[in-house]
Design a protein around this ligand. Structure first.
Ligand code: BCO
Length: 548
């Protein structure tokens, strides 16, 4: 049956069986480790085939909207066609080769999905990053990764041009825009003229696929390198239980495409199940737009950081009874039991918590249909085996505080990162006995539910962003008013934690108006690094400025 569906490219039979029976018979078991896997050819192209044979409904694979009333709907067939063109643009026009790296700094534009799938087809390692980055952040990423290519929009292109002479490895700049720019390739035009014929690489499951930059307690962000196994994990039976998506589902993941949450929730998860992926351009977060969108479109499932749900609850007083919404998921920071309960009360929909990191993807959660224990992040999602461990990797008894550890020995499960690229010391630091040590503190109860307690270091988690204090201190140090600074976390009712800066002023700034100087320093941080890291107002609407 499968062969007749697919001719030269037989799809994994599990997908055929699932589609025919609708029951979800899977090809791989949780502990299988196939030698080869490629999300584009093994999953996306399969759904294209299903569509062509009338075995999938008419709903689009990708449904993109913005506030101006523009709309893009692409079927799986169009996704296959366009992403093959993208792969040809990368390899033929740009001369990128398998193993090369592409920095991908795009807002939520439909092209982002073409680029990621195009990279997977061609074996180019994509490195997503948030558009909040400034020149210095981009320079660091390009230099440390030795990226051969970068893709961005008009907004960041001038920043890239200002630093390109310091990035000798960079040979291709691709622009997503309706206008052209000197020195940049026009991706939209190239896609139109590129050939739709492309032979997907035969990637080994453990070949590198993506790099995510992740902040640590000291120093600059590290490169967490993931293999194609990250995408394969979404196909494993235990992981399918997580959302239990159907082809008729419409999933909206409200995460910036720079984060691993978006790569999973806006791409691998929905498309593994042949579901529709919904995207709102959302250039600026606005709880009203979230409410209106959930009323207007038949979105059945929503995934976002707790701060998203919290801001909707706090800022919207009118109805939250959405017509199609059935299931909500949240992750990236801790969720309070009261917030979970209020969401249920006001929407009639349960809010399920998940937990993960750039290093691990989604590693535990309250799966659909599972009992919710308010305040808990659920249980580990096999094949991940999460245990609470001590500093030597010993498993601690139930209800004892320790570090969240994921078993990586004797076999590292699919989905756990390969390593911090070019950083064997940091890679070794997070290996703790038989476990990957997440650095997050928690307890586990007798039913295996995990209860988050906090970090074991000073990384700040502000509304789902991981912020290394040193990154903010370095940004502050560039201002002439700052002699010294110390950045710490401070509790906050909306963002749970915010960045708080203690600053020692240089003598020439001692007499300056402190309110004004506070604002100036905040603006300064926003202008030299990604603005989400800036020291927010605390207490008296001031950051603390100590004069000694
Ligand atoms: O709050 P302010 O207005 O003072 O400042 C905001 C922005 O206005 C400002 N800003 C943004 N872009 C700028 C800019 N300023 C200058 N130039 C620009 N280009 O900077 C501040 C940014 O803060 P924000 O991003 O928190 O903004 P906002 O609008 O409050 O967004 C709220 C959230 C909840 C939408 C946002 O915080 C968010 O998206 N959080 C979730 C992050 C996330 O997805 N984390 C998951 C990571 S992956 C993971 O954890 C693994 C799980 C498997």
């Amino acid at each position: 049956i499968c062969k007749s569906y697919h001719g030269f490219h037989p799809a994994p039979w599990y997908l055929c069986c699932r589609s025919l029976s609708g029951a979800g018979t899977l090809r791989w078991n949780d502990n299988d480790r196939p030698k080869e896997f490629n999300f584009a050819s093994d999953v996306l192209d399969y759904w294209t085939q299903m569509e062509q044979e009338g075995k999938r409904g008419p709903n689009p694979a990708l449904w993109w909207v913005n506030n101006q009333g523009d709309e893009v709907k692409w079927s799986f067939r169009e996704m296959t066609d366009l992403s093959r063109r993208a792969a040809n643009v990368f390899t033929q026009t740009c001369g990128l080769q398998q193993g090369d790296r592409l920095a991908l700094i795009l807002p939520r534009l439909p092209e982002w999905w073409l680029v990621v799938i195009g990279c997977i087809r061609a074996g180019i390692i994509f490195m997503p990053a948030t558009t909040q980055m400034k020149a210095k952040d981009i320079l660091y990423r390009l230099q440390v990764s030795k990226a051969q290519g970068i893709m961005t929009t008009d907004t960041l292109a001038p920043e890239v041009d200002s630093l390109v002479s310091e990035c000798p490895a960079l040979k291709t700049k691709l622009l997503v825009s309706d206008h052209s720019r000197h020195g940049w390739l026009d991706f939209r035009s190239l896609i139109k003229s590129a050939s739709p014929d492309h032979t997907c690489i035969k990637s080994k499951t453990l070949d590198p696929m993506a790099i995510f930059f992740t902040s640590g307690t000291t120093g600059l962000p590290k490169m967490a390198k993931h293999s194609h196994g990250l995408a394969l994990r979404s196909s494993l039976p235990s992981c399918r239980k997580f959302l239990q998506l159907k082809t008729s589902d419409v999933l909206w993941c409200i995460s910036d495409p720079g984060w691993i949450l978006a790569v999973l929730g806006c791409l691998f998860e929905p498309w593994t199940s042949g579901s529709t992926l919904f995207i709102h351009h959302l250039p600026q977060f606005d709880p009203k737009v979230i409410q209106q969108t959930l009323f207007k479109y038949p979105i059945t499932m929503c995934l976002g950081a707790p701060a998203v749900y919290r801001m909707v609850l706090q800022q919207i007083s009118t109805s939250l009874r959405f017509p199609a919404l059935e299931h909500c998921v949240t992750g990236g920071e801790a969720l309070l039991p009261e917030e979970q309960e209020e969401w249920r009360r006001r929407t009639g929909v349960l809010l399920h918590e998940v937990y993960g990191q750039s290093e691990t993807g989604i590693s535990c959660g309250t799966l659909r249909g599972m009992k919710i224990k308010p305040g808990s992040m659920g249980t580990s999602i096999p094949p991940f085996d999460i245990q609470i461990i001590d500093e030597k990797g010993n498993i601690l008894p139930i209800n004892t505080e320790g570090n969240i550890g994921i078993r990586i020995k004797p076999t590292k499960p699919m989905g756990v990162f390969m390593c911090y690229e070019d950083n064997p010391v940091k890679t070794a630091e997070v290996e703790c006995g038989d476990f990957y040590n997440s650095g997050d503190r928690a307890t586990m109860d007798e039913e295996g539910y995990i209860w988050f307690l906090g970090r074991n270091d000073d990384v700040i988690n502000s509304s789902g962003y991981r912020i290394g204090p040193a990154e903010v201190e370095n940004a502050l140090a560039e201002h002439p008013a700052v002699a010294e600074s110390a950045v710490v976390s401070s509790p906050d009712p909306i963002r749970k934690e915010v960045v708080k800066a203690f600053i020692v002023l240089t003598p020439e700034f001692l007499s300056r108006d402190q309110d004004q100087l506070t604002q100036e320093l905040q603006q300064h941080v926003k202008s030299v690094t990604a603005p989400y890291k800036y020291p927010r107002k605390v207490l008296d609407s001031k950051i603390y400025i100590f004069i000694i």
